[in-house]
Design a protein around this ligand. Structure first.
Ligand code: 5CA
Length: 488
């Protein structure tokens, strides 16, 4: 089915029609172009934006209170604004990136067989008392009392609540295994929130929880997530290294952190040089329904040495000699197997195949969705600004007019914008009446993968300039060739 679009400028009716085709109502192929060019097409407004109508508050100066580059760039490029210590409002540009990241996470969770749901941010303290974690969790957990004197917490994680929910409905071995996940805001009253969204107090997390009948099954669920994580981060253009990790307050004895190398990272990490090569999601193709192949794959991914500070093995490091690398890293994901840590205190059993009660075992699997926005910037920027990897870019293309008072080049840019929009290409059109140089600097700062620069001189000779942000390569092309390049 072709994508359907609604446009309001159709003179016959206000209806739906396949994108890029004639308006079904009035039959006029130009209707959709006119609708887009005039900015009145509602759904295309989601994919495209005129800077003159946007809320993109970029800052010329680097904010003094930000220490690391991603935090500086997130403030300068207008992705976020701090509203309280460790709490941020996501401005439109940042929100678009957050949604892109979320969507990749979601697709890979679904591919791994996890099922999406949504749990609330506020949780009754009783869930935490039932597992014994209410007192154990400490001052990081924000505790709230409502007007009825009922105790609540703003959820820092969801093992306790979800185990209780699943317990309420899963009674038989036939209902297992299941892995459920949600993408929801968390609150941890970090003693030192810092580095912007990297260590916030309120942050967006994808957290998944698996329930299996036995440890062998739980291992398969764990391995499926392991592969999903490698694919997720690779799709964002990131090299994420799985490392043996401590389990902290989540508990359990099997755990991996997924670490992005970056000088500003909070963890000290050591690893075999083989991890220096960037791998694509396709390199992580494995049949997740074949437990033996899955285990072999996970074993191969953990064979080369990689460890965080707390899990260092000096004997193995000595063996590696010149192949050992040391860096700092950002933890973007963390997976845990903790057996019956939550099911047992709740007395959660299902009837096994022979009717006997079986206590399910499980693990939990987190991805720092909002932290990823900062981590991607740490891994991909230059002195001019952010360089978004295409899959997470807020828009794919930015059009810049160099002279807002030059009628022919403005008309050409309008036309290009309309045609990119009707082809479904996510485009930001900087149509503001500002100096060309300042507009180019802002476009570099916000880091869209492609720029089309439209100026009087080029248009006089029938060309525009196409610039690739990641390499800085520029090319003069006819408008038609530029369009062809951006729509294929
Ligand atoms: N319940 C488990 C797995 S669902 C859990 O909470 N794991 S966690 O504590 O390791 O958090 C999961 C991920 O959330 C981390 O890997 C990290 O990427 C992100 N995260 C944790 N704390 C913060 C924070 N204060 N700010 C931003 N992201 C954070």
């Amino acid at each position: 089915m072709p994508r359907t679009l609604f446009w309001r400028s159709c003179t016959v009716t206000r209806g739906f029609a396949p994108a890029q085709l004639l308006c079904v109502a009035c039959g006029d192929p130009d209707t959709i172009l006119r609708a887009v060019a005039s900015g009145e097409d509602a759904p295309l407004q989601r994919a495209t934006m005129r800077w003159s109508r946007a809320f993109l508050p970029v800052l010329k100066e680097s904010p003094a209170d930000a220490q690391i580059i991603s935090h500086k760039l997130m403030l300068r490029a207008g992705l976020v604004r701090q509203t309280a210590a460790g709490i941020y409002a996501w401005l439109p540009l940042g929100f678009r990136v957050l949604r892109k990241i979320e969507e990749i996470v979601r697709e890979e969770q679904d591919r791994a067989g996890a099922i999406e749901m949504l749990m609330p941010t506020l949780q009754a303290a009783d869930y935490w008392r039932a597992t014994g974690r209410y007192d154990a969790y400490g001052p990081e957990m924000l505790r709230i009392t409502d007007r009825q004197e009922r105790e609540l917490v703003y959820g820092p994680t969801n093992e306790d609540m979800l185990t209780a929910i699943v317990q309420g409905s899963v009674k038989s071995y036939r209902d297992l295994p299941r892995t459920l996940y949600h993408i929801q805001w968390k609150f941890r009253d970090e003693i030192r929130p810092r580095f912007g969204v990297m260590r916030g107090r309120e942050f967006l997390m994808k957290d998944a929880y698996s329930f299996d009948l036995d440890e062998a099954g739980a291992r398969i669920s764990y391995n499926r997530m392991f592969v999903a994580y490698l694919r997720t981060f690779a799709r964002m253009g990131l090299r994420a290294i799985p490392m043996q990790a401590d389990t902290g307050p989540i508990g359990g004895d099997l755990s991996h952190e997924f670490i992005i190398l970056a000088p500003s990272g909070e963890s000290e990490v050591l690893f075999h040089k083989s991890w220096e090569t960037l791998r694509a999601a396709e390199d992580y193709a494995v049949d997740a329904d074949d437990p033996v192949a899955l285990q072999a794959f996970v074993d191969s991914m953990t064979a080369d040495y990689a460890a965080t500070d707390e899990k260092r093995d000096e004997a193995r490091e000595a063996e590696l000699g010149g192949d050992l690398r040391q860096s700092r890293g950002i933890e973007v994901g963390h997976i845990f197997y903790f057996g019956d840590k939550y099911t047992k205190p709740l007395g959660f059993t299902v009837s096994g195949q022979g009717g006997q009660p079986v206590t399910p075992v499980g693990g939990s699997y987190g991805i720092g969705v909002s932290r990823l926005v900062g981590a991607i910037i740490e891994a991909s920027h230059d002195e001019a600004g952010i360089i978004w990897p295409e899959p997470v870019a807020p828009w794919r293309v930015g059009i810049v007019t160099m002279r807002a008072d030059d009628q022919p080049s403005v008309a050409a840019a309008d036309d290009l914008f309309a045609r990119l929009a009707s082809a479904g290409v996510e485009t930001l059109y900087d149509d503001r009446d500002e100096r060309g140089g300042a507009k180019l600097a802002s476009m570099d700062l916000i880091g869209l993968p492609w720029q089309v620069i439209v100026g009087p001189r080029g248009i006089a000779s029938g060309t525009v300039e196409l610039k690739r942000r990641s390499t800085g390569e520029r090319e003069e092309l006819s408008m038609e060739s530029a369009l062809a390049r951006l729509t294929t």
